[in-house]
Design a protein around this ligand. Structure first.
Ligand code: ASN
Length: 489
């Protein structure tokens, strides 16, 4: 009997060892993709923000890089902002996101979360001189919050109770700037982020105690990239064990953290200082803007000429096609068109094919801008052709000359002269419209400027620099176009 029990116990323990080794083996994950795209916030210090060299840094950036190294997988990080990052993961433009993201029940329906790496409250900040000292004092006032965040959910849930208005912002920089300038009475954000801003010299205070909003974790789209979550968890556990995790937190959260000292050293409070520190980044953004404008305008010219010719064609169906195209594209705001192409279409394709098919942000921006300008150019072409007296076409046709030859030899040369100034005008509009497609996270000149402001809060000077840059390039290009126009005429 005794022997039987011992044998049974032995078998049982062998089974346990086997089972635990299986569980352990499962815990280990190997990368499936050669590179994982990780999306993040653009300004959420100390979790993610730009340092003086315009590199993204912070707890989240250090953590994900250390974890990738520890677990042996490759990553590319992009920082389009919190709500764009949420969309990125949902539509397959990114494999995962780390952005001080709070684990909430609502989010668990659409995301899978890793183990938590930090916990944070949501807290209200007001100007130092403000008299607000309770939620009740917010009645009738405006509270700012970043779009898509857990703080926004808290504010929305309690709006009726306290009677405040909510204003949402797409990024932290404009949110904090708005409290600074007094355009909102209070803002709500994660407590470590507000405390960090105060430490950096923001004249804010936090009169009301924070409300626990939860744990922060890394996230993937529900059901996708399970190995990424496992690798994150394993890596995080290792970093906690070997002290790296504590070191990272210490680096950004300690009172005398080196990061904060570094920030105050650089003088970015003058236009010259701003330019000196940021010109490589500004030039890059400038290049993207110019490339976007030129490429999309060239495509728009082709689209516009085709549909413009359709709209004056003697064939009714062609005229209809042109009319529908112009009406639809002109009737949809450019920002929605860009969002539809960048997020909407991949989402649709995925729901049909079950396969993620992300589209590059530059390509999506170019398509949106080309279609948009294309519709307006089609109208310019139609207007130009119709401005040539109809008698000319009739006279030419009655002489037996074909439609296309009359068009090419008689009508178009005159029409082109009428169209030219309008083309120049449309190009200027297209160049300015490139700022709108920054909404999909494309880092062109405007977004570059916003990212810089996110770091140093120099909105007056930075926006002035941006305005002058656009003014210079547009003036230069219009002058050039005018010369060309004169030559042609
Ligand atoms: N804690 C915020 C949220 O999850 C994240 C952020 O603002 N980056 O809503």
């Amino acid at each position: 009997m005794k022997q039987k029990i011992i044998a049974l116990l032995l078998t049982f323990s062998a089974l346990l060892t086997f089972a635990s080794s299986v569980v352990h083996a499962e815990d280990k994950a190997t990368p499936v993709k050669s590179k994982y795209v990780i999306s993040s916030d653009s300004s959420f210090a100390p979790f993610v923000f730009q340092d003086n060299n315009n590199q993204y840094t912070g707890i989240d950036m250090d953590l994900i890089k250390a974890i990738a190294k520890d677990q042996g997988f490759n990553i590319t990080i992009k920082n389009p902002g919190f709500d764009v990052a949420l969309n990125d993961v949902q539509t397959g433009h990114a494999d995962g996101m780390i952005a001080g993201m709070t684990v909430t029940d609502a989010r668990k329906k659409t995301f899978d979360f890793s183990d938590s790496y930090y916990s944070a409250n949501s807290i209200l900040a007001v100007a130092k001189s403000s008299t607000i000292s309770s939620y009740e004092d917010l009645k009738g006032k405006t509270v700012g919050v970043k779009n898509g965040t857990s703080s926004q959910t808290f504010l929305t849930d309690n709006q009726k109770k306290y009677g405040y208005k909510i204003k949402t912002f797409s990024d932290g920089a404009s949110l904090y700037d708005s409290l600074n300038s007094g355009s909102v009475a209070a803002i709500m954000d994660d407590e470590p982020v507000i405390r960090y801003a105060i430490k950096q010299g923001k004249k804010f205070k936090t009169p009301i105690e924070g409300t626990p909003s939860g744990k922060l974790a890394f996230a993937v789209k529900k059901g996708s990239n399970p190995e990424l979550i496992k690798m994150f968890n394993n890596g995080l556990a290792n970093l906690k064990k070997n002290g790296t995790y504590d070191k990272i937190l210490e680096k950004y959260l300690a009172d005398n953290s080196s990061e904060s000292e570094e920030l105050s050293e650089v003088d970015e409070s003058t236009i010259l200082g701003l330019l000196k520190n940021n010109y490589p980044q500004l030039l890059k953004g400038f290049g993207v803007t110019i490339a976007l404008a030129l490429l999309s305008f060239a495509i728009a010219l082709v689209i516009g000429i085709i549909f413009g010719m359709f709209s004056v064609s003697p064939y009714k169906p062609l005229r209809w096609i042109a009319e529908i195209f112009v009406d639809v594209i002109r009737g949809v705001p450019l920002m929605i068109l860009a969002a539809f192409i960048f997020w909407g279409i991949p989402n649709l394709i995925e729901s049909i094919t079950n396969q993620q098919s992300p589209i590059n942000d530059f390509v999506a921006g170019t398509i949106a801008l080309s279609l948009n300008s294309g519709a307006y150019i089609a109208e310019i072409v139609r207007g130009g052709i119709q401005a040539v007296p109809a008698g000319q076409m009739e006279a030419s046709r009655s002489l037996g000359i074909s439609y296309s030859k009359t068009m090419r030899k008689i009508i178009l040369p005159q029409a082109t002269k009428i169209m030219l100034p309008n083309f120049v005008n449309q190009f200027v509009i297209a160049l300015k419209d490139t700022t709108i497609v920054s909404a999909i996270g494309l880092v062109e000149l405007f977004q570059t400027g916003k990212n810089i402001i996110a770091r140093n809060y120099q909105s007056f000077r930075m926006y002035a620099i941006l305005a002058v840059l656009y003014l210079l390039i547009i003036t230069f290009l219009t002058r050039l176009a005018k010369r060309l126009e004169k030559r042609i005429q």
